[in-house]
Design a binder for this molecule. Structure first.
Ligand SMILES: C[S@@+](CC[C@H](N)C(=O)[O-])C[C@H]1O[C@@H](n2cnc3c(N)ncnc32)[C@H](O)[C@@H]1O
Length: 265
């Protein structure tokens, strides 16, 4: 039974890989500049495919290797195009105070650290239970020591170790960490249930510099993004949070698949 399941998984993965490769090499990738970002909001599906092509044809090799590492052995979620999104965001904002809610095994936290290498003063902070804590739409394996594993993944890339708060984002200690400074970039990707995602948004949006950005994961369900078979459009909770964002305070500046980026006005 286990063998059959493994076989089916392998066949499924190979099918998805073929679909990605078909897009990746379909046409020459173009440069994606800041002026192109508004197109991600009006035609998110085409923009997403551009990001896939950019990943395979233009993204620096060390970032592609980083994605390959996390994409193997179930070390990470996400999609190739998201590495392009972080590359574009960092190139534009060069944020030096970064917070991630929902770390899993450290893919995005270490990617930001990799992007920041060479900078003088950088803070990379993660809040997560470092346990297989799921929600109404997610389950995580019990076979991983999440905290140790995250640090090990940083060591693998010879990156300075991050600051990790082992807590749920709604715990007092996590709330105090979020409120402890004015962040330049926050990535919300913890519990996907509406009440928790909303509470994360409320606190994070108060503790962000003006001009700072929040990336809200899994919030693309009600946009015109039509996910190809190797992508997903998101979940109801974060999508509802995005729909309720006060547009007097935040403007949406970029969408890459189910990730939507909001800048504080
Ligand atoms: C989808 S995974 C995050 C993936 C990660 N952001 C990445 O891109 O590699 C969600 C993570 O959030 C954690 N989590 C669940 N509930 C949480 C909560 N209330 N606060 C913080 N993290 C939570 C889960 O255990 C899991 O590690």
């Amino acid at each position: 039974m286990k063998l059959l399941k493994r076989f089916k998984n392998a066949v499924g993965k190979a099918r998805l890989n073929r679909a990605v490769q078909k897009v990746a090499l379909s046409t020459a990738a173009s440069e994606i500049g800041r002026d192109d970002w508004p197109r991600s909001l009006t035609d998110p599906t085409e923009f997403y495919l551009e990001c896939v092509r950019f990943f395979y044809q233009k993204l620096p090799q060390d970032l592609r290797d980083h994605r390959r590492y996390f994409n193997s052995n179930n070390r990470g979620f996400g999609e190739d195009a998201f590495h392009v999104m972080w590359f574009l965001l960092y190139r534009e904002f060069e944020f030096s105070r970064f917070l991630e809610i929902g770390v899993y095994r450290g893919q995005v936290l270490s990617l930001v650290s990799l992007l920041q290498q060479g900078d003088k003063r950088v803070e990379v902070v993660g809040i997560s239970p470092f346990a297989p804590a799921g929600d109404s739409v997610s389950n995580y394996t019990k076979d991983v020591s999440y905290y140790e594993d995250t640090l090990e993944n940083f060591r693998h890339f010879s990156l300075p170790l991050p600051t990790l708060a082992r807590a749920y984002s709604t715990d007092e200690i996590a709330r105090a960490t979020i409120a402890s400074r004015q962040w330049e970039c926050i990535y919300i990707d913890g519990n996907h249930d509406y009440e928790v995602a909303k509470s994360d948004w409320n606190l994070c949006s108060m503790n962000l510099i003006r001009g700072g950005i929040i990336v809200l994961d899994d919030s693309g369900l009600d946009t015109s993004f039509r996910a190809p078979i190797f992508a997903t459009a998101g979940h109801p909770g974060p999508t509802r949070v995005a729909a309720e964002i006060d547009r007097q305070q935040f403007r949406e500046i970029l969408q890459v698949g189910h990730n939507r980026v909001f800048q504080k006005i």
